[in-house]
Structures are given as structure tokens and as C-alpha cells.
Design a protein around this ligand. Structure first.
Ligand code: AMP
Length: 399
């Protein structure tokens, strides 16, 4: 057994992402994506050493998808059972009020994650299926669940409480949980490492702008607020999710458009955000449309930036000023335009972006504010797989 190799699994409703991570070097040894699970035209794409091999055909369920992935490992010389993995790390979306730490998976833990499905009906059930399939294939290896909500468990009550009937809220677990916690935790730690400072000595705002998007306010290493709430639907404008809306819209659509709950769920989660406003959810496509003069795309961009600036403003006040603002994830790491627009006109708050630094091509953590700026603005690549892999190693070796 290789004591630093961890298989990280992120199991969605019809897809399954995996990565074999070497925690000693931080490198991804191999990675893959199984898509269209349950359909006749399933596909698995497995990448090793920059080369991708594909297999297509029907993939009945997650267990078969994972079995095919294991075959790919065998075929490319990284057989998981022969080379061995020290642990399997599973991304689990909702830990509710139960799981605050990476947790060694037992039958009881699986049952509890399953029970939390009422809070995350789209996410926890496929997470459980992924866990069960992987445990069946690698029964001798410790499996660890890493929760997207964990980093935000300690949010102050004022930030985590919705102003609704408190008894109803308690009975149904209605509070703000926050998501993308693994990324916010990883990036804010990387920020401290990059700056050579202790995370407990300064305040940061982290902007995770990917297909899903969220912001967090981190005071001396502890999250004090975040933009996602009971579900990952609240907050920033996302690829296909609305982010914040007046809850009255749901009632109005229920009554006036006679949409049922599932139809509204689908509307807000899959047909809103950038996609709802412009027809595309991919930021590069959005930029292409804007360049071609598409007005819907321009409006989508403006709404996206408006919402982002609103959260940045709120978190600056909550923190009493931030020392560092960091952009991460697909859009945050790759779109200089978003970074410049998000922080435009804020010099009176000590916030500025240096145009040359902002547009310099790099995949590394870097400063994009001018020298001497009161607030340091950074771009820091996130790596949730590495964070999950490290947590899995830590948890399985201390068990
Ligand atoms: P993620 O969910 O972190 O993988 O981020 C996905 C989002 O990042 C998609 O909307 C992509 O269009 C966007 N993205 C990736 N590369 C770029 C790029 N070079 N410029 C702008 N957006 C990008």
C-alpha cells in the first residue's frame, strides 16, 4: 500500500468525478469523469499524464461507473487494488448539524448522511450511492466523508439564523449552513501560507467564483458569514442558479404560474443565473456573446457583478475592513475582467487592482493589487480534491 495516495470521489446525480491524489506531492496522479450515468450513452473520460482515454456505452448506475473507472486505472498501470490507496475521500455536500469534521465512514455514518437528504435532496442521495459503491469495491481501505458545510459550522447565530418562526425553523433544520466550505478553508489557508502570515492574525474575504459561486467573510481564520444558506441556491448569481431572490417570487410563481414545487426547484437551480438571463451558463461563452453585442448576455454580466459587489461591501462592513480579498475557482482564477469590475472604484476603501498584474497569465497564487495597497488582492487557485485527500489521510491515520 502507498501511504500517500488517496482516491477522491465526488458523486453527483448522473455523474461521478474522481481523482487519485498523491498527498506527498499534492499532484493529481490520474483523474476522470463518468457522465450520463443511467443513460444509454454513458461516457467515461480518464486522464493520466495529460492523456485522456474514453469509453462510451450504457452505464447502468454509479456502481458500474466506478467499476469502469477502476478498469481504467488497471489499463493505465495504476491499478487501485494492486498499487493500493491509503484512503478514499468522499465529498459530501450536507453535514447538517451532525458532521462538523471529516468523518471516518461506518454504516451508521452512511445512514446519517442519508437521513440528511431531506436538507439536500439533490446532493446527499448521490453522495451516498458513491460512498456505497466505493466501499464495495475497496472494502479494506478507510473511507472518509468530507463535508461542504463543515467550515461554516461555527457561523455566529446572527449570520446563520433566518428571521422566520423559530419553532418552525428548529423543527425543520432551517438555518444557514453554507457550502463550498472545503474550498473556502483551503484557499484561506493557502492565502496565509502564501503571505507568510498566521490565518488567525488577519481578516479575509474569499470569492469562490465557479459554476457554483459563493463568498465568505473570514475573521482571524474563522468564517463569520457566507453567501450560501440552507441550500447552495442562496447568494451570488451562478451558472444556472439564481442566488438571492425575494422568497415572494416562489409564492407568486406557485400561485400565478401554477408551477409546482419541483418545477420551481428546476427553474431556480437549473434555468436561472447566467443561463436564465443569457441562455448560456459557461462564462467563456457569456463573454463571447457580450463581445458579439448580445444585450441579454451584457445584462447577465451586470447582474452578476452587481450581486458580487453587494456581498463584498457587506463583508467589508461585517469584518470592519478586510486585509485580503481573494479570487478563486474557474471564473475567479481566469477572468481578469470580473476581478477588475468587482473591485472597481473602491480606492477610498484601500482596494485597487493593478491592471498589468491582473491580466498577467499565471496558474500560481499571485498578488494583483498594487504595491503598498492597504488591502491585498490575490488570485489563489483552489484545489478541493487535494484538501479532501489531505483530510482523508489525517482522519484515517488518527482513527
Ligand atoms: P469551476 O466550477 O470552478 O470549474 O468553474 C467553471 C466556470 O469557470 C465556467 O463558467 C467557465 O466558463 C469558467 N472559466 C474557466 N476558464 C475560464 C476563462 N479562461 N475565462 C473565463 N471563465 C473561465
Amino acid at each position: 500500500m502507498t501511504d500517500s495516495l488517496v482516491l477522491v470521489i465526488n458523486s453527483g446525480s448522473s455523474s461521478l468525478k474522481y481523482q487519485l491524489v498523491d498527498t506527498a506531492t499534492g499532484a493529481a496522479v490520474a483523474s476522470g469523469l463518468v457522465e450520463r450515468i443511467g443513460e444509454a450513452d454513458g461516457i467515461i473520460a480518464h486522464t493520466v499524464d495529460g492523456e485522456t482515454i474514453e469509453h462510451s456505452g450504457p452505464i447502468a448506475d454509479h456502481a458500474e461507473g466506478l467499476r469502469l473507472a477502476f478498469d481504467m486505472f488497471e489499463r493505465t498501470g495504476h491499478g487501485l487494488t494492486s498499487a493500493g490507496v491509503a484512503a478514499v475521500g468522499h465529498r459530501v455536500v450536507h453535514g447538517g448539524n451532525v458532521f462538523y469534521e471529516p468523518t471516518l465512514i461506518t454504516d451508521d455514518v452512511v445512514a446519517e448522511i442519508s437521513r440528511l437528504s431531506t436538507l439536500a435532496p439533490l446532493h446527499n442521495p448521490p453522495n451516498v450511492v458513491g460512498i456505497e459503491s466505493a466501499r464495495a469495491l475497496l472494502p479494506q481501505v478507510p473511507h472518509v466523508a468530507v463535508f461542504d458545510t463543515a467550515f461554516f459550522h461555527g457561523l455566529p447565530a446572527a449570520a446563520s439564523t433566518y428571521a422566520i418562526d423559530i419553532d418552525v425553523a428548529k423543527r425543520h433544520g432551517v438555518r444557514r449552513y453554507g457550502f463550498h466550505g472545503t474550498s473556502h478553508d483551503f484557499v484561506s489557508s493557502r492565502v496565509a501560507e502564501f503571505l507568510g502570515r498566521d490565518r488567525a492574525d488577519f481578516n479575509q474575504i474569499v470569492l469562490h467564483l465557479g459554476n457554483g459561486a459563493s463568498a465568505s467573510a473570514i475573521e482571524r481564520g474563522k468564517a463569520i458569514d457566507t453567501s450560501m444558506g440552507l441550500t447552495p441556491l442562496e447568494g451570488l448569481v451562478m451558472g444556472t442558479r439564481s442566488g438571492d431572490i425575494d422568497p415572494g417570487i416562489v409564492l407568486h410563481l406557485r400561485r400565478s404560474a401554477e408551477l409546482d414545487v419541483d418545477a420551481i426547484d428546476e427553474l431556480l437551480n437549473r434555468r436561472s443565473g447566467l443561463k436564465g438571463l443569457s441562455g448560456v451558463n459557461d462564462f467563456r461563452e457569456l463573454q463571447g456573446l457580450i463581445d458579439a453585442g448580445d444585450e441579454g448576455a451584457k445584462l447577465a454580466y451586470d447582474v452578476y457583478i452587481h450581486r458580487l459587489r453587494r456581498y463584498i461591501g457587506a463583508y467589508l462592513i461585517e469584518l470592519g475592513g478586510a486585509d485580503v480579498i481573494t479570487f478563486t475557482a474557474g471564473v475567479g482564477e481566469n477572468s481578469p475582467g470580473v476581478r477588475a469590475d468587482a473591485l472597481a472604484g473602491l480606492t477610498r476603501f484601500g482596494i485597487a487592482v493593478d491592471p498589468d498584474r491582473n491580466t498577467a497569465k499565471s496558474r500560481e497564487a499571485r498578488v494583483i493589487s498594487p504595491d503598498g495597497a492597504e488591502v491585498t488582492v490575490l488570485v489563489v487557485p483552489t484545489n478541493e480534491e487535494l484538501a479532501i485527500a489531505r483530510a482523508a489521510i489525517r482522519t484515517s491515520s488518527s482513527a
